[in-house]
Design a protein around this ligand. Structure first.
Ligand code: ATP
Length: 230
């Protein structure tokens, strides 16, 4: 697979952490349009923190993060979440680790929640049809409260909600976490069906075998630094 050359994300000398803890150390990372990148690493080495720094959700960060050419990092502490809504409007979709669902809301309501930008809200019915093609089992569950679904179905809801916007960059944090191997493979195959339309996807995983053969590149995260050609 050849990687196209348009840059979706350019991270330069990024350090980030929580209070006195520095998790990411001077990290460089570039993502091109059309790429699916796998990020592997053991627990606690900083995969989620990289995603949170891109989303503006770490306590502090230093260095540059450019999303489609817009600077979203800055050089000083921004305060967790202060700019996240702006970053989302610039085209970021972050599917966090754990499902972050609302047990009493239905599948359809979760999908509507994901249509966060004005354009996505206007197009939410078409977007819903598109995500239901990616996750067909959800079609029959639209009115079901998400708290009653199986673990695999909840994961599909959580990912489908993230796909309700036409993002330039999808960050997917451990989609297989807590799922049986067969269901994990199904979820990963579904993510491969997402039409990136000039955007890109980064998938953090502990299970390397789920990324192999599915991603254009696989990078290793170790002690807050990326190994491989970042
Ligand atoms: N909100 C937080 N406050 C303080 N420390 C945190 C916070 N979130 C993560 N950490 C710490 O940052 C380090 C990196 O955690 P991170 O979640 O980024 O790792 P990870 O590679 O994604 O692993 P995991 O699969 O467990 O999420 C760990 O030492 C963790 O304890």
């Amino acid at each position: 697979m050849t990687a196209p050359s348009t840059e979706v994300l350019r991270v330069t000398r990024l350090s980030a952490g929580y209070g006195p803890l520095t998790v990411l150390h001077d990290l460089d990372f570039t993502v091109h349009a059309g790429e699916r990148i796998g990020l592997v690493g053991l627990n606690g080495h900083g995969k989620s923190t990289l995603f949170r720094a891109i989303s503006g959700l770490t306590d502090w960060q230093r260095g540059s993060i450019q999303l489609s050419g817009h600077e979203i990092g800055g050089t000083r502490s921004q305060g967790a979440g202060r700019n996240t809504h702006r970053i989302v409007r610039l085209g970021l979709a972050h599917m966090p680790q754990g499902d972050a669902i609302f047990p009493g809301l239905s599948v359809a309501q979760h999908l509507d929640c994901g249509a966060y930008t004005r354009q996505a809200w206007r197009e939410r019915m078409q977007r819903r049809d598109a995500v239901l093609k990616i996750f067909p089992p959800l079609s029959k569950l639209l009115d079901a409260p998400v708290g009653k679904l199986s673990g695999g179905e909840r994961r599909m809801v959580s990912l489908a909600r993230g796909l309700m916007v036409d993002a330039v960059l999808y960050l997917v944090d451990e989609p297989s976490l807590g799922l049986a191997p067969k269901i994990s493979r199904g979820v990963m195959d579904a993510l491969m069906r997402v039409d990136l339309r000039g955007g890109a996807m980064v998938i953090a995983e502990q299970n390397m075998s789920l990324l192999e053969g599915r991603c254009n590149r696989i990078l290793g995260m170790h002690a807050g630094q990326l190994k491989g050609s970042a």
